[in-house]
Ligand binder design. Sequence first.
Ligand SMILES: Cc1ncc(COP(=O)(O)O)c(C=O)c1O
Length: 447
Amino acid sequence: MSRPELEAYWLPFTSNRYFKQHPKLVVSAKGAYYRTEDGRELFDCLSGMWCCPLGHAHPKIVEALARQAETLDYSPAFQVGNSATFRLAERIAGMAPAGLDHVFFANSGSEAVDTALKIALAYHRVRGDAGRFRLIGRERAYHGVGFGGISVGGMVANRKAFASAMLPGVDHLPHTWNLSAMAFSRGQPTWGAHLADELERLVALHDASTIAAVIVEPVQGSTGVLVPPLGYLERLREICTRHGILLIFDEVITGFGRLGANFGAQRLGVVPDMIAFAKGVTNGVIPMGGVIVRQDIYEAFLHAQIPEYAVELFHGYTYSGHPIAASVGLAALDIYQQEGLFEQALALEPVLEAAVHSLKGEPGVLDVRNFGLAAGIDLEPFPGQPGRRAFKVFEYGFEHDQLFRFTADTIALGPPFISTPAELERMIEQLRVAIRTVKPDRSRSMG
Ligand SMILES: Cc1ncc(COP(=O)(O)O)c(C=O)c1O
């Protein structure tokens, strides 16, 4: 594409000035690979953006999408339903931990998170407990870009420009990463369960009667795969239960097999009151998100003292439960199940773990972490240029057939479940070469 053709589009979370000087375009995708404009294949190291675990252009998904588009391409989301959406809700509820059995649909992770936060506030209110208005998030959390999500989120760059518009009454738990206590942990770190007790401190400060919900990602994905310490989530659960605070898991990344189980809740053995999901539910082929809620949360709305024809929850989107997304979701869930792909992700976990930890000792590698089919590698930044080193590793990968993903100076890996062990090992070897090439002391000579 020519420079003028690139002008109109304002790319999200991207340096537009740089991109338009150095455009990176992909033209097609099949299986675990993208094809670039100049005909090269790139291995999809992060399954799109954590959302395409089945790889690309799966024939059953393509077929489901086309069939649904021909049959019923849209149906109004309010006061009318379509069968695909009901069937998908039932399937998702069946995959969730026992007791979480109603599904509200949205269209993205951000919408899923804001929906969960709104359900939490409305739930307490409908039960006559409207004093519970506070929401507790966590440092280094990413919960999308809605006003709710950035308020409970913990990434400063996403918050500072909008500081004036943060939700009132929000507080944050500390994040759980600590270099000196857990560097190069394999799986869950053994240190850090006590950090959950910070919630007791917030309860003592604000009083439980003002706190509606705590929201955490079971594994913090977007800030570099921060794995929960052993016992940490169990303690959060226990404290929330004791104080009548709802616990929300944001499983936008960890849901649908990334941790080798249906949801992180099951892999980690901790059941929240709500799960926000998105991404893998449709294999990223078409936007969809949602919230799975505990039965009694749903029922609290149904038992409200309002006429039977009255709306119970004033919330929803034009595209909630879109029939094409629902059909694609049903096809994706069939494939995960029929091809045993969550089990496959679990089986690949030790392969990724062994390979990624071999990066310890490479120039400027500060930490390596892994859990499920996900890993994070922290790189020592170029002096005075935070984020630039990982960006250069990403660019090196793009030129050398690996689509890496970075955040600040961390490389995140979350390959497709259909990857072979050889592909995972090759990904790490390519990353090793990139890290060696983009060394801290070469910072001045690279563009
Ligand atoms: C944990 C988590 N929550 C929410 C979101 C936001 O999802 P979306 O970009 O679909 O709005 C993301 C995106 O990466 C995420 O990782």
